[in-house]
Design a protein around this ligand. Structure first.
Ligand SMILES: *Cc1c(COP(=O)(O)O)cnc(C)c1O
Length: 452
């Protein structure tokens, strides 16, 4: 499968690079694919073998690879200003980006980090500090949903409910609270997703009644719990969460790190429930996959609580690369593309087309809970094999598709530039992989893991 070039990089990578979200020993048998170049939806290895990037390289490459406008904007920015310290200094890209995000979200104050987990940390710390500045020192805990994912630094992991990631570190993690997920798959016969959302909201209310006084914020992934396996739920839950957070004086943190920038069919997922969060966390797609950047947007009220003669009442948090000029330029270009190319409207047609092709999979006898929102598709596979995930992944790779199941959930999160021929290739490869895996369907002894 690999020529000597590929073998060469593979061996060196295994020796020197500690890969993320990976049990490295697995790579004794599972290959690491060295990628030589990428263009559009395609990744290309050293043999010239091409793979459709069906997961937008971990959900970041919104418009595919080698995007001409972002590339050109970065070249121009390189000739002007690559970076400057953001304490005591400012620059055009960071000002323009903050203003444009404010106009799009109604949240007028932007604080920057470099990745999603740091955005979560910023929002949690700001929320706690807000209440403290208001003399509410008892608000020291956070509430998140069951199966939530908000990143893997120690603070973020304490609001993440994925045991495989968090159990090991339990002694290091703050003891927080969990509310039941409004997962639409929990609907009983004749129940709708909205019924499930109402039930989950009433459980949320009980928790807030009991613990609201000690909770600083409720953090939530709007509409889709990504790392849980693309768990989707009714927007009604978000509206209820907003109402209850107001009622019990708890901040609402919308973690749109994965779902922001058009992924759920609107620019931001919160729009579908017509709510505004107290904190909005953005990252992943924000630079179209070009540079690490994250941003926490918040309200005038929260900003005002820190504005004081006393230095320690200010938000002293910082990251070295805060507001990096190149990253902000990439993000501005992403917003330009959304506007100029009417991406949200175009995605509607793209999504409808892909859904038509995927109807064959939705009707497959082993497929359960086929679901879609915007540019995310997912389904669960009724298969006995405990190694379904890695086996499916390998079969897809052989057919030139990068698709990484989460446990027995297969999902597609393609770049928005996906074309019909790519859709067809993904569907045909998936059908072939399902046929092969279900033919050999027997319980296997290998423990199942669920890595996104
Ligand atoms: C990916 C993700 C994060 C963490 O972002 P990183 O950049 O990986 O630290 C946080 N929240 C959600 C919802 C995510 O999908």
């Amino acid at each position: 499968m690999h020529d000597s070039q590929a073998q060469h990089w593979l061996a060196r990578s295994r020796a020197a690079v500690w890969h993320p979200c990976t049990q490295m020993k697995r790579h004794e048998t599972l290959p690491i694919i060295p990628i030589a170049r990428a263009d559009g939806i395609w990744l290309e290895d050293f043999d010239g073998k091409r793979y459709i990037d069906g997961v937008s390289s971990w959900w970041v490459n919104l418009f595919g690879h080698n995007q001409p406008r972002i590339k050109q904007a970065l070249k121009d920015q390189l000739d002007t200003l690559e970076h400057v310290i953001l304490a005591g200094f400012t620059h055009q890209p960071v000002v323009e980006l903050s203003e444009r995000l404010a106009a799009l979200t109604g949240l007028g104050h932007a604080f920057y980090g470099s990745d999603g987990a740091s955005a979560t940390e910023i929002a949690l710390k700001m929320s706690f500090h807000y209440w403290r500045n208001h003399g509410q020192t008892q608000k020291t805990r956070f509430l998140s949903l069951e199966h939530s994912y908000h990143g893997e630094t120690v603070g973020a992991l304490a609001v993440t409910d994925v045991p495989l990631f968090s159990d090991t570190y339990a002694p290091l993690l703050q003891h927080n609270l969990r509310a039941p997920s409004p997962d639409a798959r929990l609907a009983a016969p004749r129940e709708t997703a909205a019924d499930v959302a109402r039930r989950a909201a009433s459980a949320l209310e009980s928790l807030l009644q009991q613990h609201g006084h000690e909770i600083a914020a409720f953090i939530i992934e709007p509409l889709v719990q990504g790392a849980a396996g693309m768990v989707m739920y009714d927007p009604l839950y978000l509206a209820e969460a907003r109402r209850l957070c107001d009622q019990y004086r708890v901040h609402l943190i919308a973690d749109e790190i994965a779902v922001g920038f058009g992924r759920t069919g609107t620019l931001f997922a919160c729009e579908q429930a017509a709510i505004r969060a107290d904190f909005l966390c953005l990252s992943k797609g924000i630079t179209g996959g070009y540079l690490p950047l994250s941003c926490v947007l918040t309200t005038d009220d929260i900003y005002a609580a820190f504005y004081d003669d006393d230095v320690s009442r200010g938000f002293l948090h910082s990251h070295s690369y805060t507001g990096n000029a190149l990253a902000c330029r990439a993000a501005l270009t992403v917003l330009d593309i959304f506007e100029d190319e009417q991406v949200i409207a175009a995605n509607l047609a793209t999504a409808a087309l892909f859904s038509r092709h995927l109807a064959e999979i939705a009707a497959h006898p082993a497929v359960r809970h086929f679901r879609q929102r915007g540019m995310i598709w997912a389904f669960d596979v009724d298969c006995q094999r405990a190694d379904f995930g890695p086996a499916f992944f390998s079969l897809m790779l052989q057919q030139g598709c990068l698709v990484r199941p989460i446990g027995k959930t297969v999902y597609f999160m393609p770049p928005y530039i996906i074309e019909e021929s790519h859709m067809r290739q993904l569907v045909d490869a998936t059908l072939m992989a399902l046929t092969q895996l279900l033919a050999g369907d027997r319980p296997s002894s290998r423990p199942e893991t669920a890595l996104p």
